[in-house]
Design a protein around this ligand. Sequence first.
Ligand SMILES: [Zn+2]
Length: 203
Amino acid sequence: MPFIASWTSESAEQPEVVQRRGRLAYLNERPYDRDGDGILWRRVPSSPGKGKPQYGKVHFLRQRQAMGGLLCQVCGRPAGHDSDGDGLLWLLGDAPDPQGACPSELVTGHPPVCLACARQSVRSCPHLRQRYTAVRVRRFALSGVHGVLYRPGFPSPVPYEVGGLDFGDDRMAWMQAAQLLMRLDQFHAVDLESEYQVLARRR
Ligand SMILES: [Zn+2]
């Protein structure tokens, strides 16, 4: 069961939103509803292991922990724990351009993976092998959040767009954030199997 997947016990009704001091707020807001930058986050109960796993559904709080703490999205351990330090591994959801062209930077909501979990995921799923590219990333930075953007409305703010916003964007005051986004600045495609063999030989 992937670390960032949700369990059926972890769904909850979202609190009522209001406009307060010119920004989106919860009617009964608590201090931990916002992060240190004042960004409003979705409330997510945490009870992993209870109920049934929901493989395709991301648990927003664990996504945030994994992305912010650079934890493997599958096993929850530090993503670099079994690598040689030449950047961290990401499995990117789009197959590379057949011409070999690669975008120079990329923003993703997927946390990194450790080598063992990346290899295991790709091995156990041939479908994944075709659709995903494994990259090693030397330079990366948290760049923003993904969530629901609201606009002022009466009697309450109105949700109007689901998407990502960069940190520092003026519209952040109207964002209900759900996931952290990472910008990958410098990366190259790698072959998981050969990386794993190299690592195995070194040990
Ligand atoms: Zn792992």
